[in-house]
Design a protein around this ligand. Structure first.
Ligand code: PLP
Length: 433
């Protein structure tokens, strides 16, 4: 029985390089975080060896007494973390990640080709909420269900609830999905609840990005308005890579959500749960109740406000004019550059963030904005002052992007990438500083 260094030095070395990259860079991807050593210990444990298809007490394999104990503990902690009464709400902690969790909900409550409405991907929604282009149904959700996305009001950068309502009345969706991957504001859940009730639809919230903020009560609580809430566990919640589905225990629109969702997870779409992940999740959820966790989530939001205000001071246009949560979306189009070029230059300077569509964009590959999130660097101890410096560094990177763009002949992204990665790139020293 060898350790990793002896058994596989090649993989060991890749992991070491990745660890070094994570430590040396400014990690600003809004969906990423650094989980704790305790969580990683559980994820890297013997729990990975065990098969346990089914739910606690109702397994298809023997030898599950400790796995049952673990999953029940994880469920109890999940309900407690979000202040939920176990008589009214249940939870399934087995989804392998966020996209499977969402598809499991759809499988549970919809028939193939039933209609759904989620926020459009170019306006901040997630692929799994039903994305398609005029030419192609991209996501499995849009292949198996009929998707009519709702969008932002481009003049305000906020969800266009009036249009959502009008469309819902015509389209009659069976499910309306709140939640996003790149939306810096809270959703108007009371308004969405009313629209869902008026057209007889379920209301689901995918709180993947903000579940840590919800647990710490620093944003509006979706559980007060929604029938089903899904989440990933590895973003602001700071747990292992996984997913959860919360559901109301009383029937909704005549559907027993508990059995429909549990059956959709297994045997519907999954086999054996990843018990090592459930172990790591239980550890993460225990920490959610601590004062440090609440302080951390408050800091994520205040850091984001500091970042937003410094960027605006520097003249940047932010989608919706600011942020209520952990991310900002910067519209670079007024400067004449795009998110792909800025992402590349910033990446070369070890500032990791992502290009992102902004309302009105034509291309998803060369979108007009960048998304910047505060959870990961807040975990590493950054405060408002550091995030103001982060804004200044990003500004410097954007200036270099502008200069590089001017220096490249032609407007092709490919030419730009080739130029800035070649040794002749005259600004390389400034970037690597
Ligand atoms: N839902 C939202 C809102 C997300 O932002 C993401 C991922 O970024 C997901 C779901 C999908 O999660 P996963 O990548 O774990 O499948």
């Amino acid at each position: 029985d060898y350790g990793l260094s002896e058994a596989d030095p090649e993989v060991r070395s890749i992991i070491d390089k990745e660890k070094n990259r994570q430590f040396k860079s400014l990690e600003l991807i809004a969906s990423e975080n650094f989980t704790s050593r305790a969580v990683m210990e559980a994820v890297g444990s013997c729990l990975t060896n065990k098969y346990s298809e089914g739910l606690p007490g109702k397994r298809y394999y023997g030898g599950n007494e400790y796995i049952d104990e673990l999953e029940v503990l994880c469920q109890e902690r999940a309900l407690e973390a979000f202040g939920l009464d176990g008589k009214k709400w249940g939870v399934n902690v087995q989804p392998l990640s966020g996209s499977p969790a969402n598809f499991e909900v759809y499988t549970a409550i919809l028939n193939p080709h039933d209609r759904i409405m989620g926020l459009d991907l170019p306006h901040g929604g997630h692929l799994s909420h039903g994305f398609m282009t005029p030419k192609r149904r991209v996501s499995g959700t849009s292949i198996y269900f009929e998707s009519m996305p709702y969008r932002l009001d481009e003049s305000t950068g906020l969800v266009d609830y009036d249009m959502l309502e009008k469309t819902a009345i015509l389209f009659r969706p069976k499910l309306i999905i709140a939640g996003a991957s790149a939306y810096p504001r809270d959703f108007d859940y009371p308004r969405m609840r009313k629209i869902a009730d008026d057209v007889g639809a379920f209301l689901m919230m995918d709180m993947a990005h903000i579940s840590g903020l919800v647990a710490a009560s620093v944003v509006v609580n979706p559980f007060e308005y929604c029938d089903i809430v899904t989440t990933t566990t590895h973003k602001s919640l700071r747990g292992p890579r996984g997913g959860m589905i919360f559901f109301k225990k009383d029937p909704v629109l005549g559907v027993d959500l508990e059995s429909a969702i549990n059956n959709a997870v297994f045997p519907g779409l999954q086999g054996g749960p990843h018990n090592h992940t459930i172990g790591g999740l239980a550890v993460c959820l225990k920490h959610v109740k601590s004062p440090e966790f609440k302080a951390y989530q408050n800091k994520v939001v205040s850091n984001c406000r500091a970042l937003a205000s410094r960027l605006m001071e520097l003249g940047y246009k932010l989608v919706s004019g600011g942020s209520d949560n952990h991310l900002v979306l910067v519209d670079l189009r007024p400067l004449g550059i795009d998110g792909a070029r800025a992402e590349k230059i910033l990446d070369m300077a070890s500032i990791t963030l992502n290009k992102n569509s902004v309302p009105g964009d034509k291309s998803a590959l060369v979108p007009g904005g960048i998304r910047i999130g505060t959870p990961a660097m807040t975990t590493r101890g950054f405060s408002e002052n550091e995030f103001m410096s982060v804004a200044d560094f990003i500004h410097e990177g954007v200036q270099i992007t502008l200069e590089a763009k001017k220096a490249v002949s032609g407007s092709k992204l490919q030419d730009f990438m080739k130029f800035v990665t070649s040794p002749d790139f005259p600004l390389i020293e400034r970037v690597s500083d």
